[in-house]
Design a protein around this ligand. Structure first.
Ligand code: MTE
Ligand code: MO
Length: 320
């Protein structure tokens, strides 16, 4: 099994440290990996051409974060080829194939709504690159598969604090880029574009909520939501919106894309909950990508100790 093929562009001159740490940790974890594991999904190699940006290493604080899981990471090849990014098509392989030329520089993010410092920000003015840290999170898709990914990013709360929402702001709303020229999936009406997601302000400020710019020690690949995406590990994967171009602060609960398209199937909260099934399938178990046997799904994706208090007194069957 190839863990991390040494492609020539993996190593940039001055940033070998995080990747070396990552590889060492991978070797260590590989040694303890269970024997029952096997991978059976074909992960096609991504075509390379001159317009495709090479994978660039990131500099970040390598200290293990208290919120990180110690479970084995999903293979990089799997996490970058088996993706959901409907802007590029509905097949899991579509984005890896069709997103490679997405222009991610320059990248601006519009901040608006009930906020003291609205404006059009360059991504680097919103996300302080000196504060990047690694968070190894489980991400559980509503389709009952899951991954463990070493994300690199900053807490969403840090960005919220930078733009200072007013006291009227009760929710935060995110929008993905709308550009059918670059995103062929947007020429179909499978969802109402642009992709929208939202969180209650207290959820958004929770220290687990991360704005990620990288994973596995490198800049995000386009298929994983470059240049910046949300990661909310206690919620189903669809809350973790990719390629964000707008952040709005609102008084009313935003209508997120999946709730809009199928309100009986997808709610606003979308907390991982093995006791509340999707109308068309059970949520009790999941398949960790790369493993053969399914495992039980955990309440709040295993982050209940940290986040359950956000929902005390709420009927989670009603607010699914
Ligand atoms: N803009 C946008 N963001 C998105 C999606 C999408 O189709 N468009 N898919 C979501 C879903 S359903 C999942 S499971 C995660 C998958 O993240 P990954 O492909 O990086 O593993 O991205 C989420 N973010
Ligand atoms: Mo998903």
């Amino acid at each position: 099994m190839l863990i991390n093929r040494n492609r020539p562009w993996h190593l940039s001159e001055n940033a070998v440290t995080p990747e070396e740490l990552y590889l060492n940790r991978r070797d260590f974890m590989k040694a303890g990996a269970a024997l029952g594991m096997m991978s059976f999904l074909p992960f096609p190699a991504v075509a390379q051409d001159a317009a495709i940006k090479p994978e660039t290493s990131l500099t970040y604080d390598p200290a293990p974060n208290i919120y990180s899981t110690r479970e084995q990471h999903t293979r990089y090849e799997a996490a970058t080829t088996y993706t959901n990014f409907y802007e590029f098509g509905t097949d899991k392989g579509d984005a890896a194939e069709k997103a490679q030329k997405l222009r991610t520089t320059p990248w601006t993010i519009e901040v608006d709504g009930d906020v003291v410092r609205p404006g059009r920000y360059d991504i680097d003015d919103l996300i302080d690159r000196t504060q990047l840290e690694e968070r190894i999170y489980r991400l559980r898709c509503v389709e009952a598969w899951s991954m463990v990914i070493p994300w690199i990013g900053i807490p969403l709360a840090a960005v919220i604090d930078r733009v200072v929402p007013t006291t009227k702001a009760k929710y935060i709303r995110f929008e993905t880029l709308y550009d059918p020229q670059q995103m062929p999936g947007q020429r179909s009406s499978v969802l109402d574009w642009p992709y929208v997601e939202g969180l209650r302000m207290d959820e958004a400020r929770h220290p687990l909520a991360l704005l990620a710019v990288g994973m596995y020690g490198k800049e995000l690949r386009p298929q994983n939501g470059a240049p910046v995406r949300l990661v909310v590990p206690w919620k189903y994967g669809f809350k973790s919106i990719k390629s964000i171009v707008r952040i709005s602060f609102t008084r009313r609960r935003p209508l997120n894309s999946w709730q809009k398209s199928a309100p009986r199937e997808y709610g606003f909260y979308a907390n991982v909950n093995p006791e509340v099934d999707h109308p068309r399938w059970s949520q009790a178990k999941e398949r960790r990508i790369g493993e053969f046997f399914r495992r039980p799904t955990l309440m709040f994706n295993g982050y209940g100790e940290d986040v359950a208090s956000l929902y005390s007194g709420m009927n989670l069957r009603k607010y699914f």
